[in-house]
Design a binder for this molecule. Structure first.
Ligand code: SMO
Length: 720
């Protein structure tokens, strides 16, 4: 894969920032030396298995546990009645969501969704625990079908100008509705927790597959009513998270509660099926938008209504995707009038929360579909229409109509970079030639902006007497190369080799309080915290003398939000006989600000791109009308495979963000944001000669085939 040439705007004139040095994490991981939660040895641990609700609703008439409790190896069978009163999960403070909602750890009185934990068996082996679960007799009254989504539990609105009047008066108004599939984040490592109980102190150590270990500790303390000092949380190697491991889960709270209550080590490792059923899902939004356009192509107004299912309980950041999807509109474009409403609805399904992108892909899909449709209405080239409406770099920082402030970015240059990289004129010529030969070939473009986290992150840096440097991150890692990137920053700063820098993270016992590995914040804000702490150590060095150990901790508050951006161009071929879509080319032009390590950026883009391709073409969680999950295994839920992936052609504009010390922006979610919209636009472009105007997500072979058949049956004028 060609690597991006990063702008080598270095942190300190050193040699490492900007270099594609290899990830220090990889050698042990590929040698099987990784240490994940399930690898943590625990003496005499009890294993948990959960009885999960078989129905989407209904009153619990009885839950007979005596037979299960009498089975060999079973130490306890717990239902809601056995639990002490517990607190609630905190709601992410970025969200205006009033009081914390209910947070049932085990179903009490009623079941709320298929898969909800109702009872927990603790036994001396995972198999014995699972066997005992089968012996629990749960009876439900009026086990119900999937209820219709209820009243909105979350609502936000943004208005600027008079969008309604602008739409009434505009030369063109185009409309798009997009129903996003619900997706399963599917990290390689599922949820896992191992809790050691220290008999001498009554404290616990919690190994948790988490992207937010500090938050997990404070939430556990709050929910259990225990002093946080009695809980140490350690996130060891984490095999991906993608937003799915940012919130604490009922199962995890139960495990820690049980360790305290039974004074025993306890562990639970979710099966893939349990995660598909009961870990948080992503996406699922329905977006409806109208874009008003003047006769000359200027965008005049955007109206959007976005609805999302939130499931039967709310994760910490449940409404963040809605908040993001709304506030990001209209993306990188100048649109003077805007009217956006987002609504989140509780329902009888698994919790829906953040998943890589978290509202950004939905905003990009809506806007980019609208722009392509407007280009069609105007008879304009879709890239020319974008060129005519992009926010110019001279206007930065730009306050958008929802109140966001885009810190920096050169969107026109990004577009030209992508168009040049794709050699768009040649592609168009090729498309005409192949179309004339009967092939269905499409080109699609998508532009997007990517907010990269708000608030603060922290780091502690220690320069040892031998000149080596130790760094303790407040943030954590979900396998995305934090140790390598932070070592590069500090090696440059101290003028030492990267090998002389050790980086620790994920342990609340020795790392400063931090937020975590999410929202594309790790480099932009976390990297800035590392830089700030390192500079503080350097400043103290002269007074301390060369052979002293000097230590400094910094809580770094970002001055503003850094906004990454991108322009992606996809070329697809659609098989007219089967409807199968093949992505032939994928050009990614990104502005990730100061790039610490272009290999990490390329890795982020490839992973995000694979998930974006899955979203566009393959992935969908399906519930039936009874609320049963029909896609409960990876035989039914289609993840992309290596053969589905095109070679990525990556270009990079390394601007500098003024929003943080390092000048970095995020790129961890970029692939998931730009790829679905670019691919969807490309497939629609391929099918436009047949009269196909819309396609459902995912754009699977059957959906495409049906759309082709329907269009041919309708005999569009141009084919007669
Ligand atoms: S969806 Mo991300 O882990 O903020």
């Amino acid at each position: 894969m060609p690597l991006a040439k990063a702008g080598l705007d270095r942190v300190s004139g050193g040699a490492l920032v900007g270099q594609a040095i290899r990830r220090r994490e990889d050698l042990p991981l590929v040698q099987g030396q990784g240490r994940f939660v399930a690898d943590i040895p625990l003496q005499d641990a009890l294993h948990i298995a959960f009885l999960r609700s078989p129905a989407a609703g209904g009153a619990i008439l009885g839950c007979e546990t005596a037979a299960a409790a009498a089975m060999p190896g079973v130490a306890a069978v717990l239902t809601a009645a056995d639990l002490t009163p517990l607190g609630r999960l905190t709601v992410n403070p970025v969200l205006p969501l009033g009081a914390a909602p209910d947070f049932p750890v085990l179903a009490a009185g009623r079941v709320l969704a298929v898969g909800q934990p109702v009872a927990a068996v603790l036994a001396d082996s995972a198999d014995r625990a699972a066997d005992a679960v089968a012996a629990i007799d749960l009876s439900l009254k009026d086990a119900s079908r999937l209820p219709a989504p209820g009243e909105a539990v979350f609502a936000l609105d943004w208005q600027a100008g008079d969008a309604g009047a602008a739409c009434d008066a505009a030369a063109h108004v185009v409309a798009v509705e997009v129903r996003h599939s619900r997706l399963a984040p599917c990290p390689l490592e599922g949820r896992a927790i191992a809790v050691d109980y220290h008999a001498a102190t009554g404290d616990v150590t919690v190994w948790l597959s988490s992207q937010t270990p500090h938050r997990a500790r404070s939430e556990l303390a709050g929910i259990l009513g225990v002093d946080a000092g009695r809980i140490r949380v350690v996130a060891p190697d984490v095999g991906g998270a993608f937003g799915m491991k940012a919130s604490l889960y009922p199962e995890e709270v139960l495990a820690v509660w049980a360790a305290f209550a039974l004074c025993r080590p306890v562990r639970w490792t979710a099966t893939r099926g349990e995660d598909l059923l009961a870990a948080s899902h992503g996406r699922g939004m329905t977006t409806r938008g109208r874009l008003a356009v003047a006769a000359d192509g200027r965008f005049l107004a955007l109206q959007a209504r976005i609805d999302a299912p939130l499931g039967h309980w709310l994760t910490t950041s449940a409404a963040v995707p809605l908040w993001n999807a709304g506030r990001i509109l209209p993306g990188p474009y100048l649109v003077p009038a805007l009217d956006v409403a987002v609504r989140g609805h509780a329902d009888g399904t698994a919790a829906v929360g953040i998943y890589r992108g978290a509202g950004r892909p939905e905003a990009a899909m809506l806007m980019e579909r609208l722009v392509d449709r407007a280009a069609q209405a105007l008879g304009m080239d879709p890239l020319d229409l974008r060129r005519a409406n992009l926010i110019p770099p001279a206007a930065m920082p730009w306050q958008g109509p929802t109140g966001i402030v885009l810190d920096s970015g050169d969107y026109p240059r990004l577009l030209e970079l992508a168009a040049a990289r794709a050699d768009l004129d040649a592609l168009r010529a090729q498309q005409r030639r192949r179309r004339a030969g009967g092939e269905l070939i499409g080109l699609g473009c998508a532009m997007f902006v990517e907010p990269c986290g708000q608030g603060w992150e922290s780091a502690r840096v220690r320069r040892n007497a031998d000149g080596s440097v130790d760094c303790f991150l407040g943030g954590s890692s979900q396998g995305h190369g934090r140790e390598t990137a932070c070592a590069q920053i500090l090696a440059d700063l101290f003028g030492i080799s990267a090998d002389a820098v050790t980086v620790r993270h994920g342990d609340t016992a020795d790392c400063p309080e931090g937020i975590g590995a999410l929202a594309s914040r790790s480099t932009a804000i976390g990297g800035s915290a590392v830089l700030a702490a390192g500079r503080e150590v350097l400043a103290r060095l002269p007074a301390a003398g060369p052979s002293a150990t000097v230590d400094a901790a910094q809580v770094y508050p970002a001055e503003g939000e850094a906004w990454g951006s991108g322009c992606y161009i996809a070329q697809v071929a659609v098989d007219p006989a089967t409807g199968r879509v093949q992505v032939e080319r994928m050009v990614l032009a990104d502005d990730a600000g100061i790039v610490v390590n272009p290999m990490l950026v390329a890795g982020q883009l490839a992973g995000g791109m694979a998930q974006g391709l899955g979203e566009a073409l393959l992935e969908r969680l399906v519930y039936d009308t009874d609320g049963q999950l029909l896609t409960g295994s990876l035989m039914d839920y289609a993840l992309p495979r290596a053969a589905d992936m095109p070679v990525l052609e990556i270009g990079s504009l390394a601007g500098r963000s003024p929003a943080n010390l390092l000048g970095a922006k995020g790129v961890g979610e970029a692939g998931t944001i730009g790829a679905p919209a670019a691919i969807a636009n490309a497939v629609l472009d391929a099918l436009r000669p047949l009269g196909v105007q819309d396609l459902p997500l995912p754009i699977g072979a059957e959906a495409v085939w049906r759309a082709i058949q329907a269009a041919q049956a309708a005999e569009p004028e141009e084919l007669r």
